[in-house]
Design a protein around this ligand. Structure first.
Ligand code: 2AM
Length: 484
């Protein structure tokens, strides 16, 4: 059998098919395989008709068709399917071959699999592929991580098929070792949760607080898309608000207000808790989806729990601009928190991450693509060691400009009884982060009072530990000395 395949893709669901067609467009010969073999023939006689794509009806056939070192990409369901496919592949691989997982795997699985395959003399890559079906077909944002030596094997193919920034830079670059690529993909999805939530809060405030129509909000989001907020998600929001259903009314108002989720926002929030990083806006975005899912309870509660009767008074167009600024400031906080978590993850999992490049990977091709990401890239170009995005001059100045509006919006929403969990938690984070002395002194006192957990003093050396017998009862033993 002639070894003519540049790469194989296993998994012919829509993402796999579209990636194959994208690779084919760029001149690569792709070998296509699927567990259910009939799908190979369906693909060859359907979407792949007239292309160079070669079908493989078995793993043996697929492996025999590939040039070496072999590159085999899995586009199968995340979870056990990836492990099962790896086990099926192992007996057929030669040293130096590379297995690539392009699904939405949890980064800890990718860490485990990289170690496993490297231990057997193979290479492994776990890559984020973002942008949905259209991205996969036309140019996704790609976030590969894994065995560093495998990057040169796939670099040309990956950068050829990836999206490009407006300046022509591919939205694909090596992220880091083992699970780094899938971690960054998880961060991307989580930031997407945050971006969507703050847009929804702006919509809710304009609808419920100001009584604006979908047509009016369509105009507002369209105009916002010409500002710093220029992004795919603002653009599609404007489109959605203008979309009419068969009855002529806005379709969005007919859609059940019960959000679904696939879990990446939750994964990132859980990981942020593990790392001890306050990624509050994204966590609120996940919780907002959870609350929305309690539709029946909310319908019942709405009949008995009352809120303020007050109506918005004031200048509506000025308040709309206030909302835009609140959205922008909240977005800055969300990305700040996301990048704080990336920084801590890099420390924890021993990755060397290039934060500016990560922002650029998301500039095109993916759901959070925006002009805003260029500002993040520029901030890290100015200072690669930037510890926190809020400390960058550009972002600090934008927050300064937005701050009064942001506070007005949160205060007004509270008065009107419109929930804005992301706007308000972002503001609380901002106020906490800029607070030199938080009330954690009292908290430490409470911990020492009931649990003898000890505390440090501001007027004593940092390593000196104190315990006080607050009640005169219970003795002077600190918890660190307890054996039970
Ligand atoms: P299938 O067509 O044989 O079901 C998306 O579901 C893709 O993942 C499909 O190509 C599907 O193959 C594949 N997939 C799902 N579970 C799998 C498994 N356990 N092993 C291999 N492929 C699997």
């Amino acid at each position: 059998m002639e070894k003519q395949g540049d790469i194989a893709v296993i998994g012919l669901a829509v993402m796999g098919q579209n990636l194959i067609l994208n690779m084919n467009d760029h001149g690569y010969t792709v070998v296509a395989h699927n567990r259910t073999v009939s799908k190979v023939d369906e693909f060859l006689t359907g979407a792949a008709k007239g292309t160079k794509v070669i079908g493989a009806r078995s793993i043996e056939e697929m492996v025999a068709l590939l040039t070496t070192p072999r590159k085999i990409m899995l586009m199968v369901k995340a979870g056990e399917a990836v492990d099962e496919e790896i086990e099926k592949l192992l007996p057929h691989l030669s040293p130096g071959d590379c297995v690539i997982d392009g699904g939405n795997s949890h980064f800890t699985d990718t860490i485990r699999r990289t170690k496993y395959l490297e231990g057997k003399g193979f290479f492994y890559i776990g890559t984020g592929v973002s942008g949905g079906e259209e991205g996969a077909r036309m140019g996704p944002s790609m976030m590969p991580g894994g065995s560093p030596k495998a990057w040169p094997l796939v670099k040309d193919i990956f950068t050829a098929i990836a999206a490009r920034t407006p300046d022509g830079v591919p939205c694909c670059d090596w992220v880091g070792e083992n699970g780094a690529g899938h971690y960054v993909k998880m961060a991307h999805n989580a930031i997407e949760y945050g971006d969507m939530q703050i847009i929804c809060e702006a919509y809710h405030l304009m609808k419920q607080g100001l009584g604006l129509s979908c047509a009016e909000m369509h105009g507002i989001f369209s105009s916002w898309n010409k500002t710093e907020l220029d992004s795919y998600l603002i653009e599609i929001t404007a489109d959605i608000l203008a979309f009419k259903d068969d009855g002529g009314g806005p379709l969005v108002e007919k859609i059940l207000d019960k959000a679904g989720q696939k879990g990446t926002g939750k994964w990132f929030s859980v990981n942020s808790l593990d790392l001890g990083i306050p990624v509050t806006l994204i966590a609120e975005a996940v919780y907002a989806r959870c609350l929305s899912a309690l539709k029946d309870e909310r319908v019942a509660a709405a009949k008995v729990l009352t809120g303020p009767a007050s109506k918005f008074t004031g200048d509506v167009s000025a308040f709309i601009e206030d909302i835009r600024r609140a959205l922008l400031a909240s977005k800055i906080v969300s990305y700040t928190q996301g990048f704080m978590c990336l920084r801590e993850a890099a420390k924890e999992y021993r990755w060397t991450l290039n934060y500016g490049n990560i922002a650029l990977l998301w500039r095109s091709g993916c759901i959070i693509r925006s002009v805003f990401l260029e500002k993040i890239k520029a901030a890290y170009d100015r200072n690669p060691d930037l510890s926190n995005l809020l400390l960058d001059d550009y972002f600090r100045e934008v927050i300064d400009k937005c701050q009064e509006s942001w506070r007005k919006v949160v205060a007004t929403a509270v008065k009107l009884g419109v929930p804005v969990p992301a706007f308000s938690s972002a503001l609380a984070f901002f106020d906490g982060y800029r607070c030199e002395r938080l009330p954690a002194n009292l908290l430490q006192a409470q911990r020492d009072y009931f649990g003898a957990h000890t505390y440090r003093r501001i007027d004593a050396p940092a390593d000196k530990i104190f315990h006080t017998n607050w009640t005169g009862r219970g003795g002077d033993v600190a918890s660190g000395t307890y054996t039970v």
